[in-house]
Design a protein around this ligand. Structure first.
Ligand code: PMP
Length: 370
C-alpha cells in the first residue's frame, strides 16, 4: 500500500505539477539563497550568485538532454506562442517554410508563420468528416518543398494528445531543410535525437519549471539570418551573443528549472524518466481500453505519453467524474475546452502512484455508472 501523498495529484496540462523536493528546496531558499542574504527573485541577473545559478542550469540542461556543443541553448521569454513568430523571423530567410498540421498547436504555428512568409502545408491530419484529429501524418507522406527554409512539426500536441515518438530523418525523406520542433509538452520527458533536429523550443511550464521561461536549442549555423523586422530581444544572434542576457531573463524560472534538472539527474536521468513515463502512460491507456466505458480515439502508435484525453460514454457524466476526482485529491482532469471530455497530463513530476489512484477511481466510477 503506497504511503498517503502529502499533496493532491495534479494532472494539469501546464503550468503543471513540479517535483515536491524542488518546491521544498525553493521554499527553504526563498528568503536567503545560500547565505547571501537575498532570495533569487530579489537578486540582480548580473550578480555573481545569479551567474552561478544560470551557468548551473544551462550546464545541467546540456548534460541531462545531451545537447551537442554545436547547439546554442537560449533562455528566452514569450512562450512557445512567441516562438511561432520568432522562428520564422529568425530562420525563414525569405524562403517558404513547410508545416505538418497535426493538432491545435501546429495549426496555431502555421497561422502565425503565414504572417511572415509562404508557410506551406506539408501534411494535414484533418479528418475527412467532422471529428477530432486522431493520428500524426506518417513522415513518409509529408510533401516537403525542395526550397523550404525549415520543416516545422509539433512533436507533442498537448490538447489533442498526439505525440511523434520518433523524430524523422529529413535527409532520408529527401530534404536538406532543418527540422524545427515545438517540444513544449514533452521536453525533458524523453531523450532527443539532436542529429535530426535543427531547432527545438519549449515553454518550461510542463516538465521543467514555472511559466515565463522558453528554452530554445538550435544549431549554431542557423543563427544570424534574422529578418530586418525581428525585434532585437527576439533575434537569436543577439540573444546568443549576450548569453541570454540581452534583456533581463526570467531569473526565478531559470533557477527552478535548474533545481528540476538536478532532480531529474538524481532520479537517474532522462532515460530513466522516460522509462517511468512509458509505464505511467501504458497503465492509463490500458485502463481506458479495457474499461468498455472510457474512450481515447488516438491511433495507438501516436498516443501521447504526456497528455491523455479521454471521454465518457455520455457527456453528462463528465462533470460528476471531475467533481468526484477532486474530492479524492485528483485535480485538473477537465479536458481542454476545444476538445471537451477529460484529460490527464502525466508529466515527469507525476508519480506512478498518482496514475494508480486515477485508474482506481476510474474503475470505481465506471462500475457505478456503467
Ligand atoms: N505549443 C504547445 C505544444 C503547448 O503545449 C503550448 C502550451 N500549452 C503552447 C505551444 C503555447 O505555449 P505558451 O502559452 O507558453 O506560449
Amino acid at each position: 500500500m503506497a504511503a498517503r501523498p502529502s499533496r493532491p495529484y495534479n494532472f494539469s496540462a501546464g503550468p503543471a505539477a513540479l517535483p515536491e523536493p524542488v518546491l521544498r528546496q525553493a521554499s527553504a531558499e526563498m528568503l536567503d539563497w545560500h547565505g547571501c542574504g537575498v532570495g533569487v527573485m530579489e537578486m540582480s541577473h548580473r550578480s555573481p550568485q545569479f551567474a552561478e545559478i544560470f551557468a548551473g542550469a544551462e550546464a545541467r540542461l546540456r548534460e541531462q538532454l545531451a545537447v551537442p556543443a554545436e547547439f546554442e541553448v537560449l533562455f528566452m521569454q514569450g512562450g512557445a506562442i512567441g516562438q511561432n513568430a520568432i522562428v520564422p523571423m529568425n530562420l525563414s530567410r525569405g524562403r517558404p517554410t513547410d508545416h505538418v498540421l497535426s493538432g491545435h498547436w501546429s495549426l496555431r504555428t502555421h497561422q502565425e508563420a503565414l504572417r511572415y512568409g509562404e508557410a506551406r502545408v506539408a501534411a494535414d491530419n484533418a479528418p475527412a468528416a467532422a471529428g477530432r484529429r486522431t493520428h500524426l501524418p506518417a513522415p513518409a507522406t509529408w510533401r516537403l518543398s525542395p526550397d523550404a527554409a525549415y520543416v516545422h512539426v509539433c512533436s507533442n500536441e498537448t490538447i489533442d494528445g498526439i505525440e511523434l515518438h520518433e523524430l524523422p530523418d529529413l535527409r532520408a525523406l529527401g530534404s536538406d531543410a532543418p527540422l524545427v520542433i515545438d517540444c513544449s509538452s514533452h521536453f525533458a520527458s524523453r531523450p532527443i535525437d539532436w542529429s535530426r533536429v535543427g531547432a527545438a523550443y519549449a515553454g518550461a511550464q510542463k516538465n521543467l519549471g514555472p511559466a515565463g521561461l522558453t528554452i530554445v536549442c538550435l544549431r549554431k549555423d542557423l543563427v544570424g539570418h534574422a529578418l530586418r523586422i525581428c525585434p532585437a530581444a527576439f533575434n537569436y544572434a543577439t540573444v546568443a551573443a549576450h548569453g541570454s542576457m540581452y534583456n533581463t531573463p526570467p531569473t526565478w524560472a531559470i533557477y527552478i528549472t535548474g533545481l528540476v534538472l538536478d532532480w531529474i539527474a538524481g532520479e537517474g536521468g532522462v532515460a530513466e524518466i522516460e522509462r517511468r513515463n512509458v509505464a505511467k502512460a501504458a497503465l492509463l491507456y490500458e485502463a481506458i481500453d479495457a474499461s468498455g466505458f472510457y474512450r481515447n480515439d488516438i491511433a495507438a502508435e501516436c498516443r501521447s505519453r504526456m497528455n491523455v484525453p479521454f471521454f465518457m460514454p455520455e457527456d453528462r457524466l463528465t462533470a460528476p467524474f471531475v467533481a468526484g476526482a477532486h474530492e479524492r485529491g485528483l485535480l485538473q482532469l477537465k479536458g481542454h475546452k476545444s476538445v471537451g471530455g477529460l484529460r490527464a497530463s502525466l508529466y515527469n513530476a507525476m508519480p506512478l502512484e498518482g496514475v494508480l489512484a486515477l485508474v482506481a477511481y476510474m474503475r470505481e466510477f465506471a462500475a457505478r455508472h456503467g
